[in-house]
Design a protein around this ligand. Structure first.
Ligand SMILES: C[S@@+](CC[C@H](N)C(=O)[O-])C[C@H]1O[C@@H](n2cnc3c(N)ncnc32)[C@H](O)[C@@H]1O
Ligand SMILES: Nc1c(NC[C@H](O)[C@H](O)[C@H](O)CO)[nH]c(=O)[nH]c1=O
Ligand SMILES: N[C@@H](Cc1ccc(O)cc1)C(=O)O
Ligand code: SF4
Length: 477
């Protein structure tokens, strides 16, 4: 166990030494022995890029201050061409539901405003809080309702509720610690107003019919094995038996420990993240990989991160897509403490997507996330190297709570209109990309066709605009 967490962290971020952070001096700096021109030539020729090459491209040259617009256009153009050569003109998206089970979490990541202190969820706390915990029965009902709208995937990521355990045996092990709250971040379900059930029970509950269940990030897998000598593979096999189909590679943030020490000191380190991903893939699950950028890290950290992902994919081959997540800063502890006063610029977002496409020569798909970028920029990014356009999601809490304003739903009609507008081909995909249904823009109305109950009927027919503006199919308690 490599994680150093503080189970008492009831005000995550409250102890931040702002002076120390604002004077951040990282060991790793964006300095190279490469020139921008040489790096660009290698990218154009399709040679495998080194970290130095990647740094030159993502900074448009370490010899110039700031981003050079002409050099940037050259990088974006090569990335867009690489996208066209490797995956063609299709723009994919998935009919999915986002179902977060609980916001209770004491990990204290300083970029996150999704979590609420777990103490507030205790039956006796008397503390009013905006968070929620869903029982397995509630999760099942939410998934069943969404199946009627035609979804093929449930994406579920959650806070690390102290009462969460993998299964009954895990509860027994966690209870046997002399001081479980301090030693293994555990309190029994009876202490809380709502019992989240076990991870096994939540997976079984959300795995309705043949829906694809995409859940259990490396951080959640760590939580599901804390205090035991189980391997990540053991944990993922158990979850798979309960209905899990693939794992989201979030919790990646920046896979360089000097950055993790600042933004998420309570989280697993880079090595553990990689071990969890390898465990998931050893258990036979597909994964995705992410990067969350645009906070305190520098260009060298971004490219080092890409190297970790590329090495992992060389060993496993199980990463279906790479998802750059641009940091949403507004309501986060990092912004509230004055450590950051904004996120990535448009140019940085474009270069992040482009260099992901060029550097990750072994990952087929790069996502443009509308929930992070908004429609206009997300469409632009589909011309900078991205080919996937995320999913319908129906409900969103993480970005919204951080201050993001791009809503929580996109209909098939929205997708067809937007993808058509940039002259590409809209394609509904399964999570693993193995099933792909191109959509004929002249043959509306458009609805999902891949999910177990999908019959081409538009999702939420008639109610979609209303939902996109204000609501959610998820009931928060
Ligand atoms: C909120 S966590 C939930 C799952 C689990 N607790 C974990 O950390 O893996 C999922 C991911 O959301 C992303 N995230 C959280 N806050 C964000 C923010 N303010 N801006 C962008 N992405 C954010 C991070 O990449 C994080 O790993
Ligand atoms: N499924 C995808 C999501 N889902 C929403 C996330 O769970 C979350 O609310 C937020 O994005 C966390 O940072 N988001 C994506 O960006 N891409 C997806 O494929
Ligand atoms: N669906 C993507 C992206 C994602 C992003 C943030 C999340 O919290 C969850 C998922 C994944 O599988 O990784
Ligand atoms: S990112 Fe995940 S682990 Fe970190 S505080 Fe938020 S919910 Fe908890």
């Amino acid at each position: 166990m490599t994680s150093a967490r503080d189970p008492d962290a009831s005000d995550p971020g409250g102890d931040l030494d702002v002076d120390a952070v604002s004077k951040l001096e990282f060991d790793r700096r964006p300095e190279t022995d490469q020139s921008f021109e040489n790096a660009l030539a290698k990218a154009r020729d399709g040679d495998r890029l080194t970290v130095d090459d990647g740094i030159e491209l993502i900074t448009t040259g370490t010899d110039v201050a700031g981003i050079d617009p002409e050099r940037k256009e050259a990088v974006l153009e090569i990335a867009d061409r690489r996208r066209a050569e490797t995956v063609g003109e299709e723009v994919t998206f998935v009919a999915n539901l986002n179902n977060n089970v609980t916001t209770a979490c004491n990990t204290g990541c300083l970029f996150c405003n999704f979590k609420d202190s777990a103490h507030a969820f205790e039956a006796e706390s008397g503390i009013d809080h905006p968070g929620f915990t869903k029982t397995p029965a509630e999760s099942r009902r939410i998934v069943s309702d969404a199946l009627e709208f035609g979804i093929s995937e449930v994406c579920s990521v959650s806070g690390l509720h102290p009462a969460f355990a993998l299964n009954g045996e895990h509860h027994d092990i966690l209870e046997s610690y002399a001081d479980p709250e301090r030693e293994v971040n555990y309190k029994p379900p009876a202490a809380y107003a709502t019992d989240p059930g076990t991870y096994r029970e939540q997976m079984a509950a959300m795995s309705v019919d043949d829906v694809h269940l995409h859940s259990m990030t490396p951080e959640e897998a760590y939580h599901a094995k804390r205090g035991t000598d189980w391997s990540y593979e053991d944990v993922y096999r158990e979850l798979e038996a309960a209905g899990l189909d693939s794992a989201p590679g979030t919790a990646a943030e920046i896979l360089v420990d000097e950055v993790r020490d600042v933004i998420c000191p309570g989280k697993i380190r880079t090595d553990d993240w990689v071990a969890a991903m390898e465990g998931a893939m050893a258990a036979g699950l597909d994964t995705t990989a992410t990067i969350m950028y645009g906070h305190v890290e520098n260009a060298a950290h971004r490219v080092e991160h890409l190297q970790v992902v590329r090495d992992l994919q060389d060993r496993t081959g199980g990463i279906t897509e790479f998802v750059p997540l641009s940091f949403v800063h507004e309501n986060t502890p990092l912004a509230e403490h004055g450590v950051v006063d904004g996120g990535a610029s448009d140019a940085e977002d474009e270069l992040m997507i482009a260099v992901s496409r060029l550097f990750l020569d072994n990952v087929a798909h790069v996502q443009s996330s509308w929930v992070k970028y908004g429609d206009e920029k997300a469409l632009k990014l589909l011309n900078c190297g991205a080919d996937d356009f995320m999913g319908t999601i129906l409900s969103e809490e993480i970005t919204k709570r951080a201050g993001g304003e791009y809503g929580e739903y996109r209909s098939f009609e929205d997708y067809v209109d937007m993808v058509n507008a940039i002259g590409r081909i809209p394609v509904e995909r399964s999570t693993d990309y193995r099933t792909r249904h191109p959509i004929d823009p002249d043959d509306g109305p458009y609805g999902p066709t891949i999910g177990p109950r999908a019959d081409g009927t538009p999702m939420l027919a008639g109610r979609d605009r209303e939902l996109g503006r204000s609501g959610s199919v998820n009931a928060d308690d």
